[in-house]
Design a protein around this ligand. Structure first.
Ligand code: MG
Length: 160
């Protein structure tokens, strides 16, 4: 059974969203490189690579299931933030938004009665729990230690 047109189109939207995320984190990596915070930049570069992997996972599955994977133009991403903490606030907010997108995709897979896709998307549902938790954990450190914690946070993130 092939992916329905609706699901195939929704996968393409998600592929685009994951690629946009990858670019967002790359832009954040540049922000941190400019600020001389190499540990934070390293964390963002890992994140960039992971988001691209997510896009590839979706592409591979869509093609395997007879969908039409389309690589479309990616909108511009932000390039400036007020502070390192503001960057991680954006990360957390963004990952919560991505979780909503994944949930909607699951809803559609249920509506289209596509059990295999529901099963496939389970990995993404779990991944989003981790993504939100990771971002929240870093934000907590900023809230506890403030700007003075930046040295330690930068050092820790460099070990990812
Ligand atoms: Mg992702």
């Amino acid at each position: 059974m092939n992916l329905t047109k609706k699901l195939s189109d929704a996968f393409n939207e998600q592929i685009k969203a994951e690629m946009w995320s990858s670019n967002l984190y790359l832009s954040m990596a540049v922000y941190f490189m400019d600020a001389g915070l190499d540990g934070c930049a390293h964390w963002m570069k890992k994140q960039t690579a992971e988001e691209l992997e997510h896009a590839h996972k979706l592409i591979d599955y869509a093609v395997k299931r007879g969908g039409k994977a389309v690589i479309s133009q990616i909108d511009a991403v932000p390039a400036q933030w007020d502070s390192p903490q503001a960057v991680f606030e954006h990360v957390h907010q963004h990952e919560c938004r991505v979780s909503e997108l994944i949930d909607k995709l699951v809803d559609l897979a249920i509506a289209e009665n596509d059990k295999a896709t529901q099963e496939f998307l389970r990995w993404f549902v779990n991944e989003q729990v981790e993504e939100e938790e990771n971002a929240k954990g870093i934000l907590d450190q900023f809230n506890i230690f403030g700007v003075h914690g930046l040295y330690c946070i930068n050092h820790d993130l460099g070990k990812r």
